[in-house]
Structure formats: C-alpha cells, structure tokens
Write a protein that binds this ligand. Sequence first.
Ligand SMILES: Cc1cc2nc3c(=O)[nH]c(=O)nc-3n(C[C@H](O)[C@H](O)[C@H](O)COP(=O)(O)OP(=O)(O)OC[C@H]3O[C@@H](n4cnc5c(N)ncnc54)[C@H](O)[C@@H]3O)c2cc1C
Length: 373
Amino acid sequence: MTTEINIAIIGAGVVGLAIATELSQQQKGVLVIEKNRTFGLETSSRNSEVIHSGIYYPADSLKTRFCVEGNRLLYEFCRKYDVGHRRLGKIVVATDEDEVGKLKELYRQGVKNGVGDLRLLSRNEVKELEQNVEATAGMLSPSTGIVDAHSLMRLMYGLSREQGTDFVFDTEVVGINKTGDRYSVEIRDREGTSSFVTSILINSAGLYSDAIARLAGINIDEAGYRLHYCKGDYFNLNSPDGAPVNRLVYPLPEQAGKGIHVTPNLDGAVRLGPSAYYVDEPDYRVNESQRETFYQSVKKFLPRLRIKDLQPDFAGIRPKLQGPEDTFRDFVITHEEARGLPGLINLIGIESPGLTAAPAIGRYVAEMVRRLC
Ligand SMILES: Cc1cc2nc3c(=O)[nH]c(=O)nc-3n(C[C@H](O)[C@H](O)[C@H](O)COP(=O)(O)OP(=O)(O)OC[C@H]3O[C@@H](n4cnc5c(N)ncnc54)[C@H](O)[C@@H]3O)c2cc1C
C-alpha cells in the first residue's frame, strides 16, 4: 500500500461507497479503508431496503434534502446500471380517528418537503388498493420503492474501482494524528500496525463514526457527536396464502423509528419490521420475545395476520444522534475546519434515510472535497 495518498475514506458501507463513486470521477489517489472482509457488512445490509420519498423530517433538514434528491438519483442509478429495484409505492395508515389528524399532519409535512405526488385516501380507497388492509384512512406515497442494497453496493464498488479507487479490507483505523496540514492515519491489519498520510480524511464509519471523530481529537460530547444505538428486529412473514400486500404498508411513525411496517421484498417474500429500542452495544441476534409485539402492532391494520406465520429474520442497529429522551437530530455532514481540523470531513448519525440519501450525500461530499482541492 502507498504511504502517501490524496483522499482516504473510512468505511465501505453504502455511504462510503457512494462518496468513492462520486469522488473517483474527479480525483486521483482515493483510498477506502474497511475493517471487515468486504464492503457493506454492517448497517447497509441490515435495513428495510426502502427507497424513501422524504416525508418524515423537517423541511430544512439534511435528511429531507438528501432523501428527496437521493430518491430521484437512486431510481436513475438503478435504471442506468440495472440494479434490482421496484417502485411499489407505500400506504401510511391511520387505524383510528385520533390517528387521522396525525396522518394529515404527515401529509402536510411531506408536501412541504417537496414530495409532490402524495395523496390522502379514504377507508374505501385503501381497501381498493390493498384488500387485506383495514384502515380508517391512508396516505399513498407512489415514489416509495425497494432496492437490492447488496447489488447497489456491488455496483458502486465496481464503478469506484474502475475509476481508480483503491480498497483495503480487514483493515481498521486505530489512530489519527494531525501532522502539519495532513493526517497520519494509523491502521491495523493481519500483519500488524502501520500508517499512511493523507490530505483529506472522510469519516463514514457508520456505528463507529463518533469513535473516529474522537480519534481525531474531537470531544464528542461537547460536539454533540455521541451515538446511541437503536436496534431494529425483523420477522419474516411465512404465510401459505402468499404476500398479503402489494405495496409497503406503514403505521404512523414513532419517537425513534417509522413503526413496524410490512415490506414486500424483490424476491416476493414479505418482511415485518423494524422495531426500535435503544441498546448499549451492537448485537445482531433477533429478540424473539418481540414476536407478540410485532403481531399486535401489525394486526391493527392487517387483521388476518397469524402469529405462527412470523419467523425471526435479522436485526440492524441505527447509529442515532437522537437519544431516548431527545427530539429530532439531523445528519452531521461537516468539514471540521472550525475545530482546527481542515481536511477532515465527518459524517455522523447517518441513520435512515441513509440508504436512500447515499447518492445525494456522495455528490455533496465530493463537492466539498472539490472546493478543498
Ligand atoms: C433497522 C434499520 C432500517 C433501515 N431502513 C432503511 C431504509 O429502508 N431506507 C433507508 O434509506 N435507510 C434505512 N436505514 C438506514 C441505512 O441503512 C443507513 O443510513 C446506511 O446503511 C448507513 O450507511 P453507512 O455507510 O453510513 O454505514 P455502514 O453501512 O455501517 O458502514 C460503515 C462502515 O464503516 C466501517 N468501519 C467502522 N469503523 C471503522 C474503522 N475504525 N476502520 C475501518 N472501517 C470502519 C464498518 O465496518 C462499516 O462497514 C435503516 C437502518 C436500520 C438500522
């Protein structure tokens, strides 16, 4: 491995890969460092694979901006490179009169965010679209869809490599020292510890992005960068009757997540989830005791659901800046010049809609880098 490079990206999840794809079109000497044996083995392969439309967040947030732009870019990218995806559409349901007000609020938020194709639905209109769904009212989001996240990342990995980006796997960043106007990055692999020097360092380390910021000398509590882990379990619906829905069906969102939703996959299977609860450490075992909670929650709008059809599937962990008692926190995507760390770009708290937003984040970070070079 060369010891002096131009730009280093920490983390080969979908965000690091999207940044590498964009950057390698314009820059030479890009290196991606990943601690696992290959790309995309953490949060980027443990999620709902939903292409969100951008209805849930404040209009002036990065989450909205990159989700709305990412939705468009991701469909374009999938069409151009033949990545598996389907624009299924989604219905958010209100299951009683109290929830109808919240549904209308969500509709107004979505319209304000620039999601132009939303439509409120009556009980009968929901039924016409989804015969197994019971709801007092609904909202249709036609531009919501699903994507094969692994194929997407494989494509981005291949493109970045063709454009000259180098990747090192099984290599963990364990130290960062500022030396003059560059960074000396200490890495550990099977052979031991070594280091290289880079002018620009991009931290897209997902669940460990706060730890990387700390390695760079940032007090993460003062900066508001400490991450909270919020787990989401999934159950498969293993029903002899086949898929009960044609579209994604969501309840109204909760404090920490979007609610346990029903998602038809590209392979025709149906998945329920994710739940949302805070944990101290990442642990990917599905909490089977949640079966009853899943059942009760989804049965409200899918009354024919049978608890025996729910099989544990997998779990993912959200890297949240928002703690259990907090209100909304946005993505942090920032050049740390003001902290005396020019050339360091931190991406922290890239939870949902990070998969959807990735292509837009990639463009944004590449533009930041272009201005620095
Ligand atoms: C339950 C759940 C459901 C979700 N559903 C959706 C959805 O439907 N739609 C959507 O748009 N988004 C969704 N998301 C969000 C989305 O999955 C994430 O925002 C996105 O995958 C984040 O990608 P990333 O590249 O930032 O992180 P990651 O995929 O975690 O990648 C970070 C990489 O950095 C590496 N790394 C960490 N530390 C080091 C180190 N020291 N040295 C070297 N490498 C390191 C890790 O090994 C990892 O590969 C969901 C998330 C969860 C948890």
